[in-house]
Design a protein around this ligand. Structure first.
Ligand SMILES: Cc1cc2nc3c(=O)[nH]c(=O)nc-3n(C[C@H](O)[C@H](O)[C@H](O)COP(=O)(O)O)c2cc1C
Length: 357
């Protein structure tokens, strides 16, 4: 039986334990959307994770969705990520940056007036926080077929920047309703070219991005996150047959690349996730979503049932910089404070105490 505290190897990534810090958007990037000292302290505090997956990070300026999220496309941002990587490595940890192009989950007011682009001109339901308060999502402009290689190139550029900054790799964010997921979803993708229609066509863009990024920095430094059938941000995925076909096509396209890992947000006990794991053939990081908090018992149980090779932990890692030590010793936990999740300063960010404080 695999234990949470056993080491693991995922491609080039050497995990000291199987507790992965889940990607957590915190909206605290500095000037020029670059990480700064405060962000380096935050990630450095959490270096005892087997692997840190960074907050969603835009591969291009137009790929920004929310306020104050970091990018990894400018030289200034690369230098900011170097601070973060150095802090994590100094603590003996490893960090991959999550590349998140937000697509239609965006607003021009959050990114200096830049337009919103997506697979199709279909607005996301709901609203987004902007500097002037909540606003409806705007109608995105549908990307032309001949623009897609440019988006792939942005991912490749960002991935190369991650390596240049000294980070350990990248995770492609193809979950939770952002650009790559918008290609997969049949309610967000109404394209009539080779990137829309059939399940394989909807999976095509994600496979192309993964292939190009793997070629650029090595597949053993690339992971990917998906959230099949999670029903999020207007991508409902209610047709189980279509979901199985779409994600089956995706994972069959990814399997030959031998990526470092697959990261699934969703029920790891479902037939769907079990099937995807088998077809992927490499390490699986599990996380069963927002509805319940990933606690020690849940995480241990996932590994005891052999549902994956590691468990991603979000909110409890946010609130407990030394979570693996606390779980190992049965120490008390700090409670996550929702009011300071998104945006603000060091409060609710770097001031959660460690056991040794
Ligand atoms: C504040 C916050 C920010 C998040 N940001 C991201 C993100 O940038 N990328 C992503 O893939 N998931 C994101 N998630 C989802 C988490 O990675 C994780 O799947 C979720 O919190 C459920 O795990 P938990 O129960 O361990 O918290 C976020 C969740 C929270 C609470």
């Amino acid at each position: 039986m695999t234990d949470l505290f056993e080491p693991a190897t995922f491609g080039k990534l050497q995990l000291a334990n199987r507790i992965v810090m889940a990607p957590l958007t915190r909206n605290r990037a500095g000037a020029g959307q670059a990480p700064g000292e405060l962000n380096a302290v935050y990630y450095g505090q959490r270096a005892s994770a087997g692997l840190i997956v960074s907050e969603g990070t835009q591969p291009s300026a137009v790929g920004q969705g929310y306020l104050d999220t970091p990018g990894i496309h400018s030289p200034e941002q690369v230098e900011g990520w170097r601070l973060v990587g150095d802090a994590v490595h100094a603590g003996g940890g490893q960090i991959v940056v999550q590349l998140m192009h937000a697509g239609r989950i965006a607003h021009p007011d959050n990114k200096a007036g830049l337009e919103t682009i997506a697979p199709s001109a279909i607005a996301a339901p709901g609203q987004i926080v902007t500097p002037t308060g909540q606003q409806d999502y705007v109608l995105p402009r549908a990307l032309a077929t001949d623009e897609l290689p440019g988006i792939v190139a942005d991912y490749v550029h960002a991935a190369r920047n991650a390596i240049a900054a000294g980070l350990d790799g990248v995770e492609l964010h193809s979950a939770n309703g952002y650009l790559l997921h918008q290609f997969l979803g049949d309610t967000s993708n109404a394209r009539t070219d080779a990137y829309g229609g059939s399940p394989l066509n909807r999976a095509r863009f994600v496979i192309e991005v993964a292939t190009a990024v793997a070629e650029a920095i090595g597949a053993d430094r690339v992971g990917i996150r998906i959230s099949p059938a999670h029903g999020i941000q207007g991508i409902d995925e209610k047709d189980a047959t279509d979901v199985a076909a779409t994600y089956g096509a995706l994972v069959d396209g990814l399997a030959p690349l031998c990526l470092a890992y697959l990261h699934v947000l969703g029920d790891p006990r479902s037939d769907l996730v079990r099937d995807l794991r088998k077809r992927f053939g490499g390490p699986l990081i599990v996380n069963d979503g927002f509805r319940s908090l990933t606690d020690l018992e849940t995480a241990q149980q996932f590994l005891a049932e052999d549902l994956g090779e590691a468990v991603a932990v979000g909110r409890l890692f946010l609130a407990n910089p030394d979570l693996p030590a606390r779980w190992r010793t049965g120490a008390e936990l700090n409670e996550p404070v929702q009011a300071t999740f998104y945006g603000g300063d060091e409060r609710g960010y770097t001031d959660y105490p460690a056991l040794t404080d």
